[in-house]
Ligand binder design. Sequence first.
Ligand code: NAP
Length: 250
Amino acid sequence: MQLKDKTIIITGASSGIGAAAAMLFAQEGANLVLGARRRAELTTLADQITQSSGQAVALAGDVQEEDYNAALVKLAVEQFGSLNGAFNNAGTMGEMGPIPAMNTENWRSVLEVNLTSAFFAAKHQIPAMKTTGGGALVFTSSFVGHTIGFPGMGAYAAAKAGLVGLTQVLAAEHGPEGIRANALLPGGTKTAMAGDDPEFHEFVKGLHALKRMAEPKEIAQAAAFLLSDHASFVTGTAFLADGGNSINKT
Ligand SMILES: NC(=O)c1ccc[n+]([C@@H]2O[C@H](COP(=O)([O-])OP(=O)(O)OC[C@H]3O[C@@H](n4cnc5c(N)ncnc54)[C@H](OP(=O)(O)O)[C@@H]3O)[C@@H](O)[C@H]2O)c1
């Protein structure tokens, strides 16, 4: 049980990687606070975890709101007594299209959901972790914006690359307080975000050395490692769980 008795916030828990993380972290002994906008999905997941002897509470909201990020932290402390970790994983691709054609509203909202949310999360999570003597932050970035310039994904790439910079600063700022911060960079993963177009999936598979896409659980396993004490000397990284996407030229 690599997360035994750790209280962890997961955002983007209503589907995909976040939902897989919730199931896995619960099996690994964590107390969970689940966040996303879709209340029904979150409640169903929390109930499922509780019925399997896990610990999970849910609070629906929008990560673009600072107050929602603060409320998730408050709930963690009230419900479980402390905050030890956060998987800040909520994200959106927004509308795809070349930069000259992109409307400013799309640019702003993609940056808000993927990047400004991380600022709000860290701003409220770090003080709570300091009172417990440390903790671990994981931000879901992407292979897009790291080694891949995907046409049509300018706003998303900028936001996800921004998370790596933010992670580095947080790791340096709060390392002395026992707080680790890492960005997790998944490769193409079979979730709603990747759609279900077989042709697109074949294209995405080909980008990876492993010639396949990840299952959400495979990304959740990397997040569990980063949040666990097994990663006690791992901080400030752009941690790849990308199936060799970044090194592949075939
Ligand atoms: N799938 C991939 O190939 C891939 C690759 C690299 C990185 N990623 C990243 O992985 C993370 C998880 O995505 P996924 O692949 O699991 O796709 P997904 O199933 O679409 O999950 C996205 C999650 O983010 C939540 N979310 C979106 N906007 C939100 C908002 N404004 N406030 C609160 N929650 C919000 C969604 O919940 P609600 O709709 O209920 O709010 C959902 O739970 C994202 O950060 C994504 O960018 C994905």
